[in-house]
Design a protein around this ligand. Structure first.
Ligand code: CTP
Length: 408
């Protein structure tokens, strides 16, 4: 089942949204500074912003037509708003006014910019700019919290003298600071990186109605597939049965057994650059799957099980393997077992979690991980699986790019 195909390119594309704040004039310089750092910038302005700076100014500095309205047949005939949403690797809104943040937090899509914010997969970065009382207002602070929890990155604001004569927090960061703040975001990118990610449990049939399986929900794998997609990776998600809605990724392949997952992975290895194994693959399968439903005629039933292939180890042992990330669920001696798997399976990163305790692990909302690599480790403390997935995706990107730099 193919959901949609993500674009492949190696540039960092920023859609820069300009809100109706007086600091919009500073964003002209911001476009220039972002371009100096290798970003390609397309500007979208709110109606209010056009009263402060003309679209023509932004057109001149960005080198592209400026979009101001959702219902503009001429502009839609060029790159329409959905294409623009797909084009974006980042949606940066600077200045982000109190009104814009309220509309974004509420999910309102009453103009082009707020519609794009809903339509894009790209991470949202906000540079708030407003009067200090507006900034401190509980409504604004609650909206900010909502947007943060959804993964928006908030850049600033700074404290100091304001255009209205007040002094306090609410000044937009300077263009140089904003452009600098976007750089680490760019370093975390995985644009166009062909990624295969396994997720969920596998089911090993005993007969037409019964199977052996485990308690994996697929939650961590799905969250990680979404986080890697947000960083630009072109993700093929190969998933065992899960009750969760599949995330929007480049391709989704539904499988049931470990052997099906194994075949689906191997069929996609030729041009795979990053392989992430989050699936809880059954280590064994019944030797025979009965053609008819097994009857309860014996008092004692013995099942014979055979080993399934270790998908991760097989991928890592290829002649030119992709960058590999494995998971390890351990009930004791986390570091010793995780490091043993790292060495034995020859993978680049192992994300290990403690299972069987009161918190985290299988089929839970929260989790904590310790990520090990040769010569280092990083602990990611207990947090929601989507937040953890974002932290882990950043770490994978850092190491993937590090390995890339060493190879070239
Ligand atoms: N894995 C895999 N194929 C298998 C078994 C495991 O690709 N047949 C992957 C998992 O997706 C995970 C990693 O290997 O990324 C570790 O799996 P785990 O079951 O924790 O470790 P094992 O190597 O099976 O060792 P053990 O069960 O003895 O702890």
């Amino acid at each position: 089942m193919t959901i949609h195909t993500a674009p492949t390119h190696d540039r960092s594309h920023i859609v820069l949204g300009i809100g109706g704040g007086i600091s919009a004039y500073k964003s002209v310089d911001l476009v220039r500074r972002l371009k100096e750092r290798g970003f390609e910038v397309r500007v979208v302005m709110t109606q209010a912003a056009t009263a402060l700076v003309t679209p023509l100014t932004f057109q001149a500095v960005s080198g592209h037509p400026v979009r101001t309205s959702l219902l503009d047949p001429g502009a839609e005939a060029g790159m329409n708003h959905i294409e623009l949403a797909r084009w974006a690797d980042w949606l940066l809104i600077a200045p982000a006014t109190a009104d814009l943040m309220a509309r974004l937090a509420a999910g309102i899509a009453d103009d082009l910019l707020t519609t794009l914010a809903l339509a894009t997969n790209a991470p949202l970065c906000l540079a708030p700019a407003m009067n200090q009382h507006m900034w401190r207002h509980p409504a604004t602070q609650e909206n900010l919290q909502t947007l943060r929890e959804r993964g928006a990155r908030i850049l600033g604001p700074a404290e100091g003298d304001q255009a209205c004569g007040d002094s306090g927090p609410g000044r937009m960061l300077e263009p140089a600071e904003l452009a600098e703040a976007m750089r680490p975001q760019a370093e975390r990118r995985l644009i166009g990186v062909r990624t295969v990610l396994t997720a969920g449990p596998t089911r090993e049939p005993l007969d037409p109605v019964r199977y052996l399986s485990n308690r994996s929900s697929g939650r961590m794998g799905y969250a990680l597939a979404a986080a890697l997609t947000h960083r630009g990776a072109q993700v093929t998600l190969i998933t065992g049965p899960s009750a969760l809605p599949v995330p929007t990724v480049a391709e989704v392949v539904q499988v049931e057994t470990a052997l099906e997952m194994h075949a689906a992975v191997l069929a996609r290895m030729a041009d795979c650059e990053l392989f992430v194994a989050t699936a809880a693959v059954a280590d064994y399968r019944p030797l025979e799957c009965a053609a008819q439903k097994r009857k309860k005629d014996a008092e004692l039933l013995t099942l014979q099980l055979v080993r399934n292939p270790d998908i991760l180890a097989e991928v890592a042992a290829r002649e030119s393997p992709p960058f590999t990330v494995g998971f390890a669920a351990e009930t004791e001696q986390l570091e010793i077992h995780a490091r043993a798997k790292l060495a034995h399976k020859k993978v680049n990163l192992i994300a290990a979690n403690q299972v069987g305790g009161a918190v985290g692990g299988f089929d839970r909302e929260d989790n904590a991980l310790t990520v090990f690599w040769e010569g280092g480790s990083r602990a990611l403390p207990l947090m929601s699986k989507p937040s953890l997935a974002r932290e882990l995706a950043d770490l994978i990107a850092e190491h993937y790019r590090g390995a890339d730099a060493t190879a070239t």
